[in-house]
Design a protein around this ligand. Structure first.
Ligand code: FES
Length: 158
């Protein structure tokens, strides 16, 4: 398969991507950029009773990134978090019946963004259970403060 040849199924997912957008009442968020090409994938999920009830994506990127994000969301929807976390780039490439040379990395974008969204959900849930937060806004603020603290500590060591 040459660099520019996507197969029929990949083109179909590129032209008619499934699960595009942002989940209404989502409870997990992930965003990943690929420094090499500049593509970005954002995923939102709504998880209930350990099941991914809804998942949507938005991509700024190539045809491969769009098609593979569509596939990742299609596979993960309705699955348990555990199963979704086991998904890897080979599964996505196999599902599509192959990707052109140099395009395999595209499938990692959505996988990583989905993992991040699930971890975001889990952390949010844990902090809520511990009584440290009660709203999404509090969680976002805490996450931001934690990030700033890590940056401060890293800078003070320089
Ligand atoms: S070329 Fe980078 S995600 Fe497709």
């Amino acid at each position: 398969m040459s660099t520019l040849e996507y197969n029929e199924l990949t083109m179909e997912h590129f032209e008619n991507p499934r699960n595009v957008g942002v989940v209404k009442d989502g409870n997990g968020y992930g965003k990943i950029g690929e420094p090499g090409c500049g593509d970005i994938c954002e995923i939102t999920v709504r998880i209930e009773n350990n099941i991914i009830e809804d998942i949507k994506f938005r991509v700024y990127g190539c045809a491969g990134a769009i098609a593979t994000s569509s596939v990742v969301t299609e596979i993960a929807k309705g699955k348990s978090m555990d199963l979704a976390l086991q998904l890897n780039d080979d599964d996505v490439v196999d599902y599509l019946g192959g990707l052109p040379e140099g395009k395999k990395h595209c499938s990692l974008l959505a996988i990583k963004a989905m993992q991040q969204a699930i971890y975001d959900y889990l952390l949010n849930k844990r902090l809520a259970q511990e009584g440290q937060i009660s709203t999404r806004t509090q969680f976002d603020r805490l996450a931001e403060e934690t990030l700033q603290e890590i940056l401060r500590r890293a800078q003070s060591k320089e």
